[in-house]
Design a protein around this ligand. Sequence first.
Ligand code: ZN
Length: 320
Amino acid sequence: MVESWTLATVTMFGAIVGSFLNVVIHRLPARDVQRSRGPRSACPHCGAPIPGWLNIPILSWLLLRGRARCCKVPISARYPLVEAITAGLFFLLAWIPPTGVRPSFLEPDLAGWSAFLFGGFLVASLVANTFIDLEFRILPDRLTKPTMAVGILAGLLVPAMPGPIASEGLERLPDLTGGLLASLLGMLAGLIVTWSVRALGSLAFGREAMGLGDVKLMGGIGAFLGWQGALLTFFLGCVLGALGGGVRQLVTRDPKVAFGPFLAGAALISLFFRGFLIEFLTVTWPEWTARGDTAPLVFIGLGVVLLSMLLLLRRRRYSR
Ligand SMILES: [Zn+2]
């Protein structure tokens, strides 16, 4: 019973965070002053102030059937979508917590709630970056840099977040330093692997494979998820990006694909299923190859082809 109350509360909290993210997505990348003219909510079309009761996440949009009350201009479905996605992810954070400790109102403990809050920050940053990249084709420094900083703080205070530096064998460091080191190492891994592939892409194709924003976003993801999580995210992101980019080009003939959303999606998969995926890649997969199954090799070959395709599809992107 108390469990469901906790879950319901954090889900509603997620919807409110999503509502705030809509403001961030709308205002942060905007160059003109028009868009950011004060703390009060106003209709982006006609400028009429929006009353508080029309600012309820998801419900207000449904109530208005997607049209502004003041001027009847359609309100983008992005608003309720961001709120619903954030609410769903906050629910998952409490339901299948990445660090294994559930936040609870019944037995409030620091470990569960601090893991939840740091996880919530990562999730919020990923959602904001995704929708800003989709709309403006940038990953703003004002989001990616704080994500790196908070990720390192998360490593220091919640060492289970970036995970141990070595899975086994190596002697574990005391938790506090261990978490900080794991976080720093994860950030470096994220920065280096993305930067290298970006540089390789420039060398091979004469144009930038990814933007510097992608590099910084991966730094932030690595700071939260450790070096294994960073490499897993980058690998998954490339596979997802190649598939998504390929499909998109077939459908729209538009080769311009934002890479940020794929990295963010891959980071979410890594956040929730890291343990399972790492075991699959380091234990199950080598067992398959050892038995002489050819299927994994086919997958690797396919992955390389897809990755090259992805690199070819990239267009020049900048971060600021
Ligand atoms: Zn209006």
